[in-house]
Design a protein around this ligand. Structure first.
Ligand SMILES: [Zn+2]
Length: 478
């Protein structure tokens, strides 16, 4: 029987045991001090254990690897993509309790945000830059590793006592995100609130999909000292802070989920008068990379393998921008991800970082969507954050292959790919309803049955593009 929390009356993770947390914390502590060669040996040994496990417990991988020898080198394994893993979901996963049906039923209930499937597993959905969303299931061992990586490398916390001290010192944590879906970041906030109820009052998720005035009022009331948001959302809040409507006294701003331009970082630092920490993560592996004091992102190579590849899937050397990257998650067993095509464009840095870390530094160029700048009914403009817009189109209009372009102040066009059969009026209705909640005035929404266009250089699909001559709030895109 699954124990229930009296506070939430929902299943809580039986898995939050201190032995598992301590083991992961010690492992990550050791890894942080290892030179590059020792980290590579550690990763290789974990990889071989994972491959052997996947061949044993996952019918999908058993079939995929049937002609391969024992202990194959990583490069010999065929890459996998989201469509394959979703199409063969029940054959990929290694636990009978975790089926596609069970996962879909679980995530359909918003009350399950942060709760555990079958009392053990976290489920995160990816809104993905291409195609349909994916479901990613993580087991308690993987969650303990992610938590240890986040707290020690990203936040610089050395022990559980340290973490407690930070909280007791009065840190209040606000994450501004799409709160309606099981996205990795917001699900993790809700998981922590369920697991450690005494932290629940000092950490909270705030919906990005609400009118900016209401969001500003909620944040002013909560008074966070740590703010986590997509860079475009943080910039939108910085504009409110500069105008004097938002009055936060922050200790740090944490950004992730989108490309962070240096100009954006400088603006956030100036307006909020605090440190900005960037991170890189995904629903497939939550903390892929952490930011060191030299402001470089370092990949957690003891627990995740990244292979940058070109358009044809061939490896690209450090210093060269990749078309995509293959990710191998060494921590998670329930849904093995081995050479999984993540779709992000990254560049591994050829030189070691001045901070001395044995983990390679990288630059992420993925997810370079713009914010739209739309006119408010009461005057002025508002920045509409790309991930919020994408969430509305996916969740309310059920379209996935789209591209929104703004070329004039009062006009946006939505391109729909050939596979999207949803009527144009459904798309218009979903966007209009969202724009109404933001207080946006009269604008024209065009829907075109033309496939989205890809970036000529990276081949990546940008889903939200603002082509206004002046964009006061938007990431710099080179
Ligand atoms: Zn560094």
């Amino acid at each position: 029987m699954t124990p229930t929390s009296t506070l939430f009356n929902l299943p809580v993770a039986t898995a939050y045991d201190s032995a598992r947390w301590t083991e992961a914390a010690y492992d990550v502590w050791q890894g942080s001090r290892m030179p590059a060669e020792a980290l590579a040996r550690r990763a290789e040994s974990r990889l071989q254990t994972l491959i052997a496990f996947a061949r044993e417990a996952s019918p999908f991988y058993r079939r995929l690897y049937r002609r391969l020898p024992d202990s194959p080198p990583l490069g010999a394994l065929p890459p996998v993509n989201k469509k394959q893993l979703m199409d063969h979901f029940d054959d990929v996963v290694t636990q009978p309790a975790v089926t596609r049906r069970a996962v879909e039923r679980f995530i359909a209930d918003p009350g399950h945000l942060g709760a555990s499937l079958a009392g053990r597993y976290s489920v995160w959905t990816s809104s993905g830059t291409t195609g349909k969303p994916g479901y990613f299931v993580h087991d308690p061992d993987a969650l303990a590793v992610y938590d240890a990586l986040e707290s020690q490398r990203f936040r610089g916390v050395r022990s559980a006592a340290d973490l407690a001290r930070q909280l007791i010192n009065g840190d209040r944590y606000a994450m501004v995100a799409a709160t309606g879906g099981h996205f990795a970041g917001i699900s993790t906030v809700e998981r922590m609130r369920r697991w450690v109820p005494w932290m629940a009052s000092s950490m909270r998720g705030f919906s990005l999909l609400q009118p900016i005035d209401r969001l500003v009022a909620e944040l002013n009331e909560f008074k966070p000292t740590l703010l986590a948001a997509y860079p475009t959302a943080a910039e939108m809040l910085a504009a409110e802070q500069e105008a004097g409507r938002l009055q936060l006294r922050l200790r740090e701003v944490w950004t992730g989920g989108e490309f962070l331009a240096e100009s954006t970082r400088a603006r956030l630092q100036r307006i909020f008068d605090c440190r900005v920490r960037n991170s890189y993560g995904a629903s497939e592996f939550l903390p892929i990379a952490w930011e060191c004091p030299c402001r470089m992102l370092h990949a957690n190579t003891d627990w995740v393998i990244l292979e940058p590849i070109d358009r044809r899937g061939r490896p690209v050397p450090p210093g060269t921008r990749s078309h995509s990257v293959l990710l191998t998650n060494l921590a998670n067993r329930v849904q093995p991800l081995i050479r999984y095509d993540l779709g992000d464009s990254i560049t591994l840095q050829p030189e070691p970082c001045a901070c001395g870390s044995g983990m390679p530094a990288l630059v992420v160029e993925g997810r370079q969507d713009d914010a739209l700048m739309l006119p408010l009914e009461r005057g002025g403009t508002v920045a509409v954050v790309p991930l919020a817009l994408s969430t509305v189109l996916e969740d309310d209009a059920h379209v996935y292959d789209f591209q929104v372009t703004q070329t004039e102040a009062r006009s946006v066009t939505v391109r729909l790919g050939a596979g999207e059969g949803v009527p144009a009026r459904t798309v218009r209705r979903a966007l209009s309803a969202y724009f109404d909640t933001l207080g946006i005035g009269q604008i024209t929404i065009g829907v075109a049955r033309r496939p989205p266009t890809r970036d000529r250089i990276s081949g990546k699909l940008r889903r939200v593009i603002c082509r206004l001559p002046q964009r006061p709030i938007s990431p710099d895109i080179s």
